[in-house]
Design a protein around this ligand. Sequence first.
Ligand SMILES: Nc1nc2c(c(=O)[nH]1)N[C@H]1C(S)=C(S)[C@@H](COP(=O)(O)OP(=O)(O)OC[C@H]3O[C@@H](n4cnc5c(=O)[nH]c(N)nc54)[C@H](O)[C@@H]3O)O[C@H]1N2
Ligand SMILES: Nc1nc2c(c(=O)[nH]1)N[C@H]1C(S)=C(S)[C@@H](COP(=O)(O)OP(=O)(O)OC[C@H]3O[C@@H](n4cnc5c(=O)[nH]c(N)nc54)[C@H](O)[C@@H]3O)O[C@H]1N2
Ligand code: SF4
Ligand SMILES: [Mo]
Length: 750
Amino acid sequence: MASATEWQSTSCILCSTNCGLQVQVEDGHIKKIKGDKTNPRSRGYTCEKPAGLDHYQNHGDRLTTPLRRREDGSFEAVDWDTAIEEVAAKLAAVRDTHGGEKILYYGGGGQGNHLGGAYSAATRKVLGMRYSSNALAQEKTGEFWVEREMFGGRPEPDFEHTQVAVFIGKNPWQSHGFERARPALRAIAKDPNRHMIVMDPRCTETAELADVFLQLVPGTDAFVLAAMLRILVEEGGLDRDYLERHANDGQALYDVLASVPIAEYCKRAGVAEADVRRAAQLIAEAESLSVLEDLGIEMAPHSTLNSYLEKLLYALTGNLGGQGNMNLGTHMGKLIGSGKGNRVSPVLGFRILTGLIACNTIPEEILTDHPDRFRAMFIESGNPVHSLADSPRMREALDALDLVVVIDVAMTETAQHADYVLPAASQYEKAETTFFGGGFPDHTFLLRHPLFPIAEGTLTEPEIHSRLCRALGAFEDDELTELREAAAEGLEKFGLAFMQAMGNQPKLAAIMPVVLYETLGRTMEEGMEGAALMWGAAQTLASSEPESVRRAGHEGEGTALGDSLFEAILANRNGVVITSDPYDITFERIRTDDGKVNLVIPELLQELADLIDEAPPKTTDEYPFVLAAGERRTSTANTIFRSPGWRKKDRQGAMHISPGDAERLGIESGGRVRITTKRGSAEAVVEVHDTLRDGHITLPNGHGLEYPDEDGKRKVFGTPPNELTSAEDRDWFAGTPWHKHVRARLEVIA
Ligand SMILES: Nc1nc2c(c(=O)[nH]1)N[C@H]1C(S)=C(S)[C@@H](COP(=O)(O)OP(=O)(O)OC[C@H]3O[C@@H](n4cnc5c(=O)[nH]c(N)nc54)[C@H](O)[C@@H]3O)O[C@H]1N2
Ligand SMILES: Nc1nc2c(c(=O)[nH]1)N[C@H]1C(S)=C(S)[C@@H](COP(=O)(O)OP(=O)(O)OC[C@H]3O[C@@H](n4cnc5c(=O)[nH]c(N)nc54)[C@H](O)[C@@H]3O)O[C@H]1N2
Ligand code: SF4
Ligand SMILES: [Mo]
């Protein structure tokens, strides 16, 4: 390990941007942190949050031994051999009695760690687990599906260069989601020739910088987008020449848009028609356009339809491909499943998008006497009890299962309902990375090296999966001898032997990640073994995109190219450009059936047409407010920090309310309210904000976690948002929750 004064390159794990960091560590603590100027993507940028990272590495809720539930419900510590043996035997028993597909896999990674999920593929295969889900299936599955339908891939924005930037239900100032967000936003705001359009019911930090800010009524984005699209279609906004070359016939869409009542829809959404027209004009005239949607529309009514309409803004106006536009880049590792086929969930028959069961349906897939219900859950790096809709029902569902196994670093709300809790090494104690995607035209990848030794009592996920596979009889050591010998002789020998083994030995091919770990991984230093999987990922990328990899400066043919890519990844702790592309490659990467953009998604056209009959959003006397349950603030980072001590501001996670509503209720900042929804009730401290519309209230995400207080007593800090949300409030198509649209009432607590 490095000395205390040595700066080591790593990355932040608090949001999907994974900015490059340089840190100094001492006595098991992260002592100093700064942005890494040598990181090719973030180039020194960070926000304020990583300053607290030691609260992730060191906190009072860290797990240090496997735990087993006793008959009386309490936990007892067990050693690893016992834990692995019993977990394997119990999972196998569920498989043998009910079938492996009755074990639901949930999670696999968060904002900074995706290797656990990748290694779990082996365990899942061995057990015949066919179904999985994770947090993406409560935000992005609808969007992913739309992108696949329209482009056969996931276009990414280029806010550094774009002339017109559009943010819909997205507050990048706080939540980032692309590199160097704040400087990029400021640069657009400062330049009179560049423009920003923001759609949000709240005047966010991002909205403050916008040229056109559409402060719409919560949940009415589909109306505004439909109006904007009709204006674009009918008033010369379409790029006919581009559409002719790159897109399929859009007539069915234009027909529906032709009956959109522009003035009426603007009125319903509470925005001025002139502002919507101005936004449409900026988009129509844009030299380049980048658009980003996020939770504000994904977790609100018409979620999947919203994603479709959002993508039409650039698909119709010729802003796919090119600098500043939306582009299709390369992928390292696998973030989502292929989504091919028409799979549905076993009990509800609900559609499975990009391989993931809709999170909101999970309790219904368990709490039933249907013979195909799930009987067990294997949960890794995810906290569904806290983070999915309807926490009470999620707890009930976990308790109804025959077996719950949790792999986590901390004693989470979910772990408390497990039969076995397996403690993982932290994200700074092992090789880790994410597959979120690293930019276009240059795609940067960063593999973190451990900053600390693996904490006593914990194991890395690859080690846990390897032990489980072994205990399940998936392999024996002598079957790996040849591969181990080849690995000792270098990558070239290993590559040949590995390809051969994968071809000839189906038993080993089934557990490929674990085989890589047990062979190539064993040649690496302690804590780095998990990097072995990246060799496989590098080979896959090098063989599918050899030109792009070579353009980034990596050399070789065939597996030698993959080897040099892998070696470059290992050698560059500050991140390395793995592919480099010309802009027009985007058109070659449109992977729809005929290589053209699909403008018409029949499944969603009817919903678009039916908007006309939808009654304007009405609040009732019983629930006069719309609560956005889970807002990103400077004081939130999902549940990665469990210790409340990391927060400098907004320690209690205040509920925000407009001045008008506060006055009507007779409450001021610092007062307390009881928030009640049809699902539940919770208390919060109040902060009055003139950024909100009347009738709109917000709560931060990531609060309401249990943590030992000064006396070691477990206590909930802040308001857990999902005690208030209902699993049934979800998009009809993707099943994504309406977390941003929860009907609520308030009572002032004296
Ligand atoms: N600081 C911080 N950053 C984070 C995270 C974190 O916990 N903290 N989490 C990360 C994760 S996992 C994610 S997914 C991203 C999410 O990032 P964002 O989606 O940007 O975050 P949110 O604040 O949840 O929601 C975005 C905006 O939607 C608005 N909104 C609410 N209702 C509506 C509506 O009906 N229509 C429209 N148009 N907008 C609406 C809200 O006012 C809010 O400004 O953030 C990532 N970054
Ligand atoms: N009401 C409401 N609910 C929401 C949201 C909202 O806006 N409103 N936002 C949603 C969104 S967008 C998201 S992405 C989810 C996030 O929710 P989750 O995915 O459940 O939570 P994360 O906080 O990302 O962390 C997942 C878990 O990983 C564990 N962990 C950390 N490091 C490691 C490691 O190295 N190994 C292992 N095995 N575990 C580790 C953490 O302790 C934590 O339990 O929350 C969602 N929930
Ligand atoms: S933007 Fe995200 S990844 Fe970058 S420093 Fe902030 S929290 Fe970390
Ligand atoms: Mo998320």
